[in-house]
Each structure stands twice: as C-alpha cells, then as structure tokens.
Write a protein that binds this ligand. Structure first.
Ligand code: SF4
Length: 191
C-alpha cells in the first residue's frame, strides 16, 4: 500500500486541493520559498533543542532522538519526526515550526500523525506532543485527543479517496491562503 506522508495530513487540513495537486498532478508542483526555508531550518533544530532542558516537556528522564523516520503500514502512514522523546512509560513528539503565528489545526494534525507513528514504533502511549516555534523558542504543549486521532484517520481516508478517484476537493474556505499558493493559477474558481 502507498504510504501517505504525515506532511500530507498537514496540507490536507490547510487546503485539501494542495494534496490533490501534489498527488494527482505532481508535475505542477515546484519548491516554494517556504519549502526551501523549511529544509534549511532542519539544520538548526538539533542545536536549538540541545540548549533546552527536558523539564519543559514534563518528561525529564526521556531520551532524545532527532530526525527519526517511521512508518505504520497498517495505518498507511509514514513520516520524519523532528524530535522523539522516549521514557520508560511514554513517548512525545516535538515538531518544529518556522512561522511566528499560533499553532493551527494543520500543525495539530501533523503532530498527531507523528504521535500515532511513535506509538506504533515504541508500543508506548503519546498523550501529549509539543510544537516548538523556532522564531521565539516558545514551546506549545498539545494534547493528543481522541478527536485529533479520529481526524487523522478521516484525513487518511479522504486522501486515499482523492488519489484513487482523482476528484478535485473543495477549495479552502480561507481564501487568503490562495494568494501565495503555488497552485493559484489552477484554481480559477476561487478568484
Ligand atoms: S489556490 Fe487556494 S484553493 Fe487552490 S490549492 Fe491553493 S490554497 Fe487551495
């Protein structure tokens, strides 16, 4: 089975059409400034994190692993975790984000997708995850709720349906997102 990258969950929540274009019409996609910036930021993550103690995460005994690739074939999901914290009785994922705004639903979806992968890989519960906002170093704890878990499962189902049926999803209702979108020229109906 084709594994869905966790980054697709994030995009799906932001605008389902972006996932459609990437999966059904991949030739249209080109690296955007934000994507290039994100790749460069990976280099910063480890040095930033090693200066921070584990106390803020509430699991001071945890071991840290950076850049961990995981997959769950039963769930049909794969992804690269920025940072995995693992103690004797729990795991927690830390996702780093470059933008200065508050955490959005798309970030919560990505964090939940990574947390599900971490649970499968370790057999330990992921009750909370964390979003690390790079510009100011602030850490946001996010509870991995049942509702978020269900949203991830629904998104996986939706992405599979769009890929198989090649059906164009609805445009995001937040039309401000279209202004800088790399696919703006292909969504004539939003203008
Ligand atoms: S232009 Fe708007 S509706 Fe179209 S893919 Fe981009 S964000 Fe989504």
């Amino acid at each position: 089975m084709d594994l869905i990258p966790v980054t697709d969950l994030k995009q799906w929540t932001y605008c389902a059409r972006i996932v459609y274009y990437h999966r059904v019409m991949p030739a249209l996609a080109k690296p955007t400034f934000k994507m290039k910036e994100a790749i460069a930021a990976q280099d910063l993550i480890e040095s930033l994190e090693m200066r921070r103690g584990l106390k803020e995460y509430g699991i001071e005994t945890a071991g840290r692993r950076f850049g961990v690739w995981l997959k769950d074939t039963a769930l049909g999901l794969s992804g690269k975790l920025d940072l995995l914290l693992e103690s004797a009785d729990q795991v927690a994922v830390v996702d780093f984000k470059l933008t200065s705004g508050e955490p959005g639903d798309n970030h919560r979806m990505q964090l939940t997708g990574h947390s599900l992968l971490a649970e499968t890989a370790t057999g330990l519960p992921a009750r909370r995850g964390f979003l690390y906002r790079i510009p100011d170093g602030r850490v946001f704890p996010i509870e991995i709720t049942d509702a978020l878990r269900q949203s991830v499962l629904a998104a996986i189902k939706g992405i599979r349906r769009v890929s198989e049926e090649q059906s164009l999803p609805e445009a995001t209702v937040v039309r401000g997102r279209c202004v800088e979108c790399e696919f703006a020229n292909y969504c004539a109906d939003v203008w």
